[in-house]
Ligand binder design. Structure first.
Ligand SMILES: Cc1ncc(C[n+]2csc(CCOP(=O)(O)OP(=O)(O)O)c2C)c(N)n1
Length: 374
């Protein structure tokens, strides 16, 4: 196991002091270490991975130093544009150390949304002309790699990647969450599901939100009203818009997270512009990327409901009190959408949370059949 402190010492030794990115569970412990040691290292959690490329570029432009961008390999897909059109030597030649969590590595069990990106990650880096090393828990190799990366980037002024295998970092003890009166995300979901009549269409975001919806559906077999957007983080709202515009006689709900909305916040403008009256956007705001280990988002300084209204949603409200959720949802349903309800929830989920069990494509076919026949 790689100790966070050893990794930290190497970062210091090779002058990697500035971090920005979107978390991945592959380096969950390193993320908590960064949070605790933010007086020693700078860490900027970003809303998406493209933003992190840009911030690291600005860091380089203003200091001549090299930043570290951490992300899951799904995020690498998003960064293809800024890597090729900003950092590539054909344009500005900007070095960044990419720290990539390798989900879906061939031969290692992982969820289906990683099955494509896992096996093509190294090929993608090769296509981009980004040299890489695969990082294991061997500290001596890591030191050699950081030295090599530093030398390569200084000489060539280009990105270099560390591909981080799953499970190499030591596990750190998790500190108990602060006591709060806020409901858990699952309690809030349960309250809403009880109010709905069962005919609404529900599109949910990446991570534990989708798992909690599935777990609280009494018919765990078909779930024909639900579309679980298990990958494509931030896209649930736009999938729902595509459905809402074409199924005007149905009420379309999005169950979203603060991290997910932030990742594609521009989508709110399209929703507001097209004014789907049957569109109900619920944001479970725990100020964290709970599904990858609870790393903070910047939502504590964001008013999603005000942003939604400024993007032409018909209404936007916030509830913090468990007892007010029911009324807020009922009120929302009395009026035409698009509307947003932000529910402040606490971090965390139960340990025995299951996952949707039906095969993805089969589930999609049933969902489509239901939508198209009704
Ligand atoms: C492009 C991309 N980057 C990162 C991830 C890893 N990831 C999966 S779920 C998640 C957190 C989602 O946070 P939020 O929407 O706030 O929901 P929560 O888990 O807090 O309920 C992250 C960062 C991903 N799936 N895709």
């Amino acid at each position: 196991m790689l100790s966070c402190n050893d990794f930290y010492k190497l970062c210091k030794k090779y002058s990697f002091n500035f971090f920005a990115g979107v978390p991945d569970s592959t380096f969950k412990s390193w993320m908590s270490f960064l949070e605790k040691n933010n007086d020693k290292l700078t860490n900027i959690p970003t809303v998406n991975e493209c933003e992190a490329v840009a911030i690291c570029s600005g860091y380089h432009l203003s200091t001549g130093k090299i930043g570290v961008l951490y992300m899951q390999n799904s995020g690498l897909g998003k960064t293809v544009n800024p890597i090729t059109s900003l950092c590539d030597p054909a344009v500005y030649s900007i070095p960044i150390l990419l720290m990539i969590g390798w989900r879906g590595e061939p031969g290692i069990k992982d969820a289906s949304q990683h099955h494509k990106m896992g096996p093509i990650t190294l090929d993608l880096l090769e296509t981009l002309g980004v040299p890489y090393e695969i990082i294991t828990s061997d500290i001596n190799n890591l030191e050699k790699t950081l030295k090599k990366a530093r030398e390569y980037m200084e000489k060539n002024k280009q990105p270099f990647a560390l591909v981080i295998r799953k499970g190499i970092f030591e596990k750190l003890e998790e500190k108990p969450e602060k006591q709060t009166d806020k409901p858990s995300r699952e309690e809030a979901i349960q309250t809403i599901l009880k109010i709905l009549n069962g005919d609404e269409i529900l599109v949910s975001t990446t991570g534990k939100i989708s798992r909690e919806i599935f777990e609280n559906r009494s018919d765990k077999k078909d779930c024909i009203h639900d579309f679980y957007n298990i990958g494509a983080m931030g896209c649930a709202q736009s999938i729902a818009l595509g459905i809402a515009l074409n199924k005007k006689d149905k009420k379309i709900f999005v169950f979203d997270g603060d991290g997910s909305v932030l990742m594609q916040m521009g989508g709110l403008a399209t929703i507001g512009h097209y004014q789907p009256e049957n569109f109900y956007h619920i944001v479970f705001d725990n100020q964290a990327h709970d599904s990858t280990g609870g790393q903070p988002t910047c939502s504590d300084t964001v008013s999603f409901n005000e942003i939604a209204k400024a993007c032409n949603y018909k209404s936007g409200q916030v509830v913090e009190d468990k007892k007010l959720i029911e009324n807020a949802v009922k009120n929302m349903l009395k009026n035409k959408g698009p509307s947003m309800l932000v529910i402040k929830v606490k971090k965390g989920a139960r340990n025995n949370l299951g996952r949707p069990t039906m095969p993805r494509k089969e589930h999609k076919e049933k969902f489509m059949a239901h939508l198209m026949e009704n």
